[in-house]
Design a protein around this ligand. Structure first.
Ligand SMILES: *[C@@H]1O[C@H](CO)[C@@H](O)[C@H](O)[C@H]1NC(C)=O
Ligand SMILES: *[C@@H]1O[C@H](CO)[C@@H](O)[C@H](O)[C@H]1NC(C)=O
Ligand SMILES: *[C@@H]1O[C@H](CO)[C@@H](O)[C@H](O)[C@H]1NC(C)=O
Ligand SMILES: *[C@@H]1O[C@H](CO)[C@@H](O)[C@H](O)[C@H]1NC(C)=O
Ligand SMILES: *[C@@H]1O[C@H](CO)[C@@H](O)[C@H](O)[C@H]1NC(C)=O
Length: 765
C-alpha cells in the first residue's frame, strides 16, 4: 500500500531534480557506505582509508573528504557515513569493497502516537515462575532508543553487584549527564547526533534546538522500553492511581546500556549504525530495537537495522525488534530472519470509562480520564458545532479551529478520529477545550482500543458504539451525557488479543520467512517515563515498541539461565513454546472485532514463560545458515564475501528461503508437492523420543518423515522433512501447525505452517 507521506516526499524529490540547471541535489545529503564485515585495522587506519576513498569522489581533495565525513564504522562491521551528492554516491557504490550505498533514511519509533506521549503508565509485569535472578546481573541489554532517565526508581542500582569486568562501554558526558550519572544498573550511555544534525540542518537553515545533547531521555520512549524489559521493583507505581501496584520489568537484575540514536523527529540510519557498531564492541548480550523503517521495508543491505543486526547476530548478540504499527496486512517491518520480530497484543487489563447518556443507556470506552464530572451536560456532534468556514464534515473530526465557540461552550462534543498521522487524541481534546467544550466522546474509527489521556473529561469508543451515540444525539432534543473517571478493569475481555495497530504478515521482502515471529503486550502499558515531557515519572502508552521489550526481558532471563545458547536457539525456544490460546483457553483473537487471529497477526503465538527454559528441541541457525539464506535470495559470492568478510561462497545454496532452519515454516507458492527440510537439536533429556502431530492447513496434505525421532544425547541433531501437497486451491494463505510431542514428557515443540497454494498450478482456478 502506498504511504501518502512517502509519495509526497518522492514528488518533492522529483521536483527538485527536474529543476535542472543548478542542481539543488548537489547540496548533498548524508549517505551510508556499507562495506561488510570489519577487518582487523585500528580505528585510525579505518578513518584514514575512508578519507582516502572519499577523496576520490571529491577530486582528490583530502580536505573536502574530511569535511564530508560523518562517521566511520569499524567495530562490528566496516563502512562510513558522509555528506555526498547523488553522483558521488553512485560513484562510490561502484568501487571495490563497497557492498551498498544508501541514503541516511529516517526511521520511526513504534509507539502509536507520539503526541499522546503527554500521558502516563505500566502493565502487569508479573513474577515469572521458574526463573531465578541468578546470573541476570551478567546479562547486558542495549537499547537503541531515545536515551534514558537515569534517576527513575526503575533504574536504581540498590543491591546490585559490580559491573561485569567484560564490559567495555562508557558513560558518555553530555548535557545534564556526567560520566558518573551511570550506576550499576545503567552501566553504559552514549548518544549519536551527527546523522540527525547533518540532515536536519539541510532541511531547514534554522535547526530546532536538540533537547539534551546527551543520553538523557527527553521523550520518555527509551525510559519506557528499558524499564519494561529490565526495570527494578517500584512500589505503588501508577498513572494517577490507575493500574496501581508493584511493578517491575522482565529481568529486573539485568544491566542496561542506553544508546540514544533517536531524536525529536526520528532515528537516522547513520546514527543507528554507529550505535550498533559500538554496542556490539561494548559487549551487550541483547539489543532491543523499538523502531523501524516505514513499510514497505527496503532490501536487507540497504537498511541500517538489518545490517547492524546481521553483524550483531554473528557476534552472538540477539536483536529483538518491533514489527511496526501500520496494522495492515503485509505491513510488518524488521523482516530479516536474524532478528526476533514482535507484534503487539492487549493485556487482560483495560482502562474503562462509562458514558452515561441522558436516555439512561450506558456505554463503556477506553480512556485515562482522571476528571470527575458531577452532572450530565448537553451533548452535540462536532458537525453540529461547525464554525462557518469549515464544512460540517471537517468539524465532525473536531479539526483545529473548526468549532464554533458559541455552539460548543459548556457542552460535550462527539468527535471522529480517523487515525491519520496528523491527528492526535490529546490534540482533539485541546481543540474542544479551546472552543469552550467541557467533555469529548471520541469515535475511534481505527478501533485501536488505546487508552489515552485528554485535557478534559473524554473517552474513546469504537465505530459501532459511536454510531449509536451519534444517533441518540441526532434524534434527541436536548441530548445529554456524562463521562465517568476511568477505572482499571481486569479480565473483562478475552486476552491477549492481537492489537489493531500491530503490523502483520506476510513478509513483504521474503514471503518464505514468517513475520512477526511472536506477539507480546503492547496495548496500554505502564512503565517509567521522562519527567521532562510532562512531570510524570510513569506513563501508559501503546505500540509494538512496548511489545518488543517484553520479549527482550524474557530473553534476558533465558540468556541468564543458558549463557551459551545462540541467538537463534533462544529465539526458537520463545517461538516453539508459545501458545495460540488466550487466557480462557480459546483460540487467540484479533482486534478490531475479535476476529479469529492467525500467524500473520501473532507469528508463533503468545510466549509462555513457564516453558521457554525447557523447549526440548530447538531450531538453530548460525551465520553460515544466514549466508545460505542470502544466496537463496540472489546474493552472489562476491557480495556475500564482502558482507561476511571471509571467503564464503554460495556452495551450500539452499534452494529457497523456505529451507532456512527457521522455527516457523512458510511456503508461499505451493505448486503440486514441495518438501522442506529442518534440523532440530536436542536440548532436553539426553534420551528422548518425539512424535509429529500435524494440524494441516485447509486444502493442503502434510506428511512428516520420519514422524518419530529419537535422541541419545544432549546436543544431538536430527533432520526431518515436511512434504506439502496441494489438495485444493486456496485463494489466500492457509494456516496449520506441526508439533513434536515428547513421548512420556511434557515438551511440545510447535511451528506454525503457513501455505499458499498457487491457484493456477492446480488447474482449478
Ligand atoms: C569524568 O570526567 C572528569 C572531568 O570531565 C574527569 O576528570 C574524570 O576522570 C572522568 N571520570 C571517569 C571515570 O571517566
Ligand atoms: C501506596 O500508596 C497507598 C495509597 O497512597 C499507601 O496507603 C501505601 O502506604 C503505599 N505503599 C507503599 C509501599 O508506599
Ligand atoms: C465534582 O465534585 C467534586 C467533589 O465534590 C469536586 O472536587 C469537583 O471539582 C467537581 N467537578 C466539577 C467538574 O465540578
Ligand atoms: C457561531 O454560531 C453563532 C450562533 O449560531 C453564529 O451567530 C455565528 O455566526 C457562528 N460563528 C461562526 C464563525 O460560524
Ligand atoms: C448525525 O448528524 C450529522 C449531521 O448533523 C450527520 O453527519 C451524521 O451522519 C448523523 N449521524 C447519525 C448516526 O444519524
Amino acid at each position: 500500500m502506498a504511504n501518502p507521506k512517502s509519495s509526497i516526499t518522492l514528488l518533492l524529490m522529483y521536483l527538485v531534480m527536474a529543476g535542472g540547471g543548478i542542481c539543488l541535489c548537489s547540496s548533498s545529503q548524508v549517505y551510508v557506505v556499507y562495506m561488510g564485515n570489519k577487518n582487523s585495522k585500528s580505528l585510525e587506519e579505518v578513518v584514514l582509508q575512508n578519507h582516502q576513498l572519499l577523496s576520490t569522489v571529491h577530486g582528490g581533495s583530502m580536505e573536502k573528504a574530511e569535511e564530508s565525513h560523518v562517521y566511520s564504522y569499524s567495530n562490528s562491521f566496516r563502512g562510513f557515513a558522509a555528506k555526498l551528492s547523488e553522483d558521488q554516491a553512485s560513484e562510490l557504490a561502484e568501487m571495490p569493497g563497497v557492498v551498498s550505498v544508501f541514503p541516511n533514511t529516517k526511521r520511526i519509533l513504534h509507539t502509536t502516537h507520539s503526541w499522546d506521549f503527554m500521558g502516563l503508565a505500566y502493565d502487569e509485569a508479573k513474577e515469572t515462575p521458574g526463573f531465578s535472578t541468578k546470573n541476570q546481573e551478567n546479562v547486558i541489554i542495549g537499547f537503541i532508543d531515545t536515551g534514558i532517565w537515569p534517576e527513575s526508581s526503575s533504574f536504581s542500582d540498590e543491591g546490585m553487584p559490580p559491573v561485569p569486568p567484560r564490559w567495555k562501554g562508557t558513560c558518555q558526558e553530555g548535557e545534564s549527564f556526567s560520566n558518573t550519572t551511570c550506576n550499576k544498573k545503567i552501566i553504559g550511555a552514549r548518544y549519536y547526533l551527527n546523522g540527525y544534525e547533518a540532515e536536519e540542518k539541510m532541511a531547514s537553515s534554522s535547526m530546532l534546538p536538540v533537547k539534551y545533547r546527551s543520553a538523557r531521555d527527553s521523550m520518555g520512549h527509551g525510559s519506557h522500553t528499558a524499564s519494561t524489559a529490565a526495570g527494578r521493583f517500584v512500589e505503588n507505581m501508577s498513572y494517577e492511581g490507575l493500574a496501581a501496584g508493584r511493578a517491575h520489568g522482565g529481568a529486573r537484575m539485568a544491566r542496561i546500556a542506553a544508546y540514544k540514536a533517536c531524536w525529536d523527529s526520528g532515528c537516522y540510519d547513520a546514527d543507528l549504525l554507529a550505535a550498533f557498531d559500538d554496542a556490539v564492541r561494548d559487549g551487550v548480550s541483547i539489543l532491543s530495537i523499538s523502531l523501524g523503517p516505514e513499510s514497505p521495508q527496503g532490501d536487507y543491505f540497504n537498511d541500517a537495522i538489518s545490517i547492524g543486526s546481521f553483524h550483531a547476530d554473528s557476534h552472538g548478540v540477539l536483536v529483538v525488534a518491533s514489527a511496526g504499527n501500520a496494522g495492515t496486512r503485509g505491513s510488518a517491518t524488521n523482516l530479516a530472519p536474524w532478528m526476533l520480530t514482535v507484534g503487539a497484543s492487549s493485556t487482560d487489563r483495560n482502562f474503562a470509562s462509562d458514558i452515561i447518556l441522558g436516555s439512561g443507556t450506558i456505554f463503556t470506552g477506553e480512556s485515562l480520564n482522571t476528571f470527575q464530572m458531577n452532572s450530565s451536560v448537553r451533548t452535540i456532534s462536532g458537525s453540529e458545532a461547525n464554525a462557518g468556514y469549515f464544512t460540517p464534515y471537517q468539524s465532525s473530526f473536531c479539526l483545529d479551529s473548526s468549532l464554533n465557540e458559541t455552539k460548543a461552550r459548556g457542552k460535550i462534543l462527539v468527535c471522529r478520529y480517523s487515525g491519520s498521522s496528523s491527528e492526535s487524541r490529546m490534540g482533539k481534546s485541546l481543540v474542544v477545550k479551546r472552543a469552550g467544550g467541557v467533555g469529548m466522546i471520541l469515535i475511534d474509527e481505527t478501533e485501536q482500543g488505546i487508552a489515552s489521556p485528554f485535557a478534559i473529561p473524554a473517552v474513546s469508543v469504537g465505530r459501532a458504539v459511536g454510531e449509536k451515540i451519534l444517533s441518540y444525539v441526532n434524534s434527541t432534543r436536548g441530548a445529554t451525557s456524562r463521562i465517568s473517571p476511568t477505572k482499571t478493569v481486569l479480565g473483562s475481555q478475552p486476552a491477549p488479543r492481537a492489537a489493531t495497530f500491530s503490523s502483520k504478515g506476510p513478509n513483504s521482502l521474503t514471503p518464505e520467512i514468517l513475520k512477526p515471529d511472536i506477539m507480546a503486550p503492547g496495548l496500554n502499558i505502564l512503565a517509567a517515563w521522562s519527567p521532562s515531557v510532562n512531570d510524570k515519572d510513569f506513563n501508559i502508552i501503546s505500540g509494538t515498541s512496548m511489545a518488543c521489550p517484553h520479549i527482550t526481558g524474557l530473553v534476558a532471563l533465558m540468556k541468564a539461565a543458558n549463557p551459551s545458547w545462540s541467538p537463534a536457539a533462544i529465539k526458537s525456544a520463545v517461538m516453539t513454546t508459545a501458545t495460540v490460546l488466550d487466557k480462557s483457553g480459546n483460540i487467540l483473537t484479533a482486534d478490531p472485532g475479535r476476529r479469529p487471529a492467525n500467524a500473520f497477526d501473532f507469528g508463533s503465538g503468545f510466549p509462555d514463560p513457564s516453558k521457554v527454559l525447557n523447549p526440548g528441541l530447538i531450531y538453530d541457525s548460525r551465520t553460515s545458515d544466514y549466508k545460505a539464506f542470502l544466496c537463496s535470495i540472489g546474493y552472489d559470492d562476491e557480495s556475500l564475501r564482502q558482507i561476511t568478510g571471509d571467503n564464503s561462497v554460495c556452495s551450500r545454496r539452499i534452494s529457497t528461503p523456505s529451507q532456512l532452519n527457521y522455527p516457523s515454516i512458510t511456503v508461499p507458492d505451493l505448486k503440486g508437492t514441495y518438501s522442506v527440510t529442518r534440523t532440530v537439536t536436542n536440548v532436553g533429556n539426553p534420551r528422548s523420543e518425539y512424535r509429529a502431530a500435524v494440524s494441516p492447513p485447509t486444502g493442503v496434505d502434510v506428511t512428516v518423515t520420519p514422524d518419530h525421532i529419537s535422541f541419545k544425547r544432549y546436543g544431538q541433531k536430527t533432520k526431518f522433512t515436511v512434504t506439502f501437497t496441494a489438495a485444493s486451491p486456496s485463494h489466500d494463505y492457509v494456516f496449520g501447525s506441526l508439533s513434536w510431542e515428547a513421548i512420556g514428557d511434557s515438551q511440545v515443540v510447535t511451528s506454525p505452517l503457513v501455505v499458499r497454494v498457487k491457484a493456477s498450478e492446480t488447474g482449478l482456478l
